[in-house]
Ligand binder design. Structure first.
Ligand code: B12
Length: 212
């Protein structure tokens, strides 16, 4: 990877949209794989933001700027991430961030990877109430519902979604996959979901398995 090695990380830390666009475009132009720009630079940059936020070295407006820079970079990588993929089957997946939670960068990455793997993806956005997941899954006959949460308070709203699906005679078989920094395999089992994946790449594998 050329472009000065940590220029993308720096642009994320500073929330510099212009600089990140320039660096990402340059790396793409040099033939660096979109997946490696994402894994080696963007995700590690965002991890540093998370650490600094935790230590009160960065504050909300700065984190928001970093998130905007991250989203700009992801939008630039998106066509390349999709191009690298092979379309397999057209099963429908509904995805959203649960009620009370506005974090969507990770959820958006999972969506992009799923589309890249050939799934039809309906993205309900952020702050999605349980009932909306149910109605959408029923309307589109979804095979899998993906729930994202980044807050330890909102991860509990995943259980409400799972309970609503399990309590509906027509939807109780719908597979539910969960993800997001505070959740785990154990939490997924505890709330009766069908699985957990730690990253967007693992999410694709899990959804493929759940669709078999
Ligand atoms: C960016 C950010 C924000 C941005 C969000 C912008 C946006 N559009 O998303 C803003 C500034 C708005 C924000 C707000 C808040 N935030 Co915030 N935020 C972050 C930060 C720094 C990065 C999150 C991120 O985007 N990571 C990058 C992505 C790529 O990673 P990811 O989301 O984990 O997703 C990956 C996996 O988890 C997985 N995945 C994600 N979703 C799914 C779904 C499925 C189905 C699957 C299988 C996998 C999967 O795949 C993804 C890619 O590999 C984190 C720190 C951290 N370490 O996570 C804090 C963090 C999540 N925020 C935190 C807090 C406290 C808040 C606020 C409450 C702050 C406040 N005082 O207001 C508010 C809450 C607002 C709300 N109601 O949601 C805390 C949460 C603590 C906790 N455990 O509850 C964290 C951990 C920071 C910290 N260390 O204290 N935040």
């Amino acid at each position: 990877m050329s472009v000065s090695d940590n220029s993308i990380q720096q642009a994320i830390l500073l929330g510099n949209v212009d600089s990140i666009s320039k660096s990402v475009n340059q790396l793409l132009h040099e033939g660096v794989a979109a997946q490696s720009i994402l894994d080696d630079q963007l995700l590690s940059g965002m991890a540093i933001v998370g650490e600094r936020f935790k230590r009160n070295e960065m504050f909300l407006p700065q984190v928001l700027m970093s998130a905007q820079a991250m989203q700009t970079a992801i939008d630039l990588l998106k066509p390349h991430l999709l191009k690298d993929s092979t379309a397999l089957k057209q099963q429908t997946v509904v995805i959203g961030t649960v009620k009370g939670d506005m974090h969507d960068i990770g959820k958006n990455l999972v969506r992009i990877m799923l589309i890249g793997a050939g799934f039809e993806v309906i993205d309900l956005g952020v702050n999605v109430p349980a009932q909306r997941f149910l109605e959408t899954a029923a309307h589109h006959r979804a095979s899998v519902v993906c729930l994202s949460a980044l807050l330890s308070s909102t991860m509990n709203n995943m259980k409400e979604v799972v309970d609503c699906f399990r309590g509906d005679p027509d939807l109780r078989q719908t597979k539910i996959l969960i993800g997001g920094a505070p959740v785990s395999r154990e939490f997924s089992k505890a709330i009766g979901a069908d699985g957990y994946a730690p990253t967007a790449t693992d999410a694709v594998e899990k959804v493929q398995l759940l669709c078999q």
